[in-house]
Ligand binder design. Sequence first.
Ligand code: HEC
Length: 151
Amino acid sequence: MRKSSSAAIALSIGMAVIMLISVAARADQPPGVYTVKDGNKVDEKTLEGWKTWRAMACERCHGPEQEGLVGPALVNSLKTLSKDDFHTTITNGRPEKGMPNFGAVPTVQKNWENLYNYLKGRSEGKIAPGHLYPMNQADAPPPPEGWNKPK
Ligand code: HEC
């Protein structure tokens, strides 16, 4: 009897903890998955994400530093946009609002998670704007001066 009631208490405490964690996760998106050094040297996958960004010229509408032009500033959007919503948005686009769809573009479908993580790193202020380099490239130039200072 005593044993089972303490087990019940432990179980309900466990449930409460799980509920608290899931509430916290919903309020704030989980962090991006990437590795970065010196602001502009990144792991291979994140580099592919950046290359996809360049190849698709997303900057035409979202700005070279993701700061926004005719399209919204993705450095802000990615703070709250879920990974699923990101995928849906780039796959289907929002044609009536000027966001093209990239669902038929193999590079984007193959690299969408890398692209997501690259943009997440930009929105988290961990990845510098502009050119990125492989992690182990010793002669990589430094990122733009002051990129990580508050504007
Ligand atoms: C022709 C211009 C154009 C291009 C090119 C473009 N976008 Fe967009 N994008 C837009 C516009 C405009 C919106 C806002 C749509 C709306 O009002 O909901 C948008 C919205 C988005 C959103 C949703 C932002 C939010 O806050 O909900 C994401 C993510 C996004 N674009 C990513 C990309 C990526 C990644 C690329 C390149 C693969 C790209 N876009 C290329 C115009 C563009």
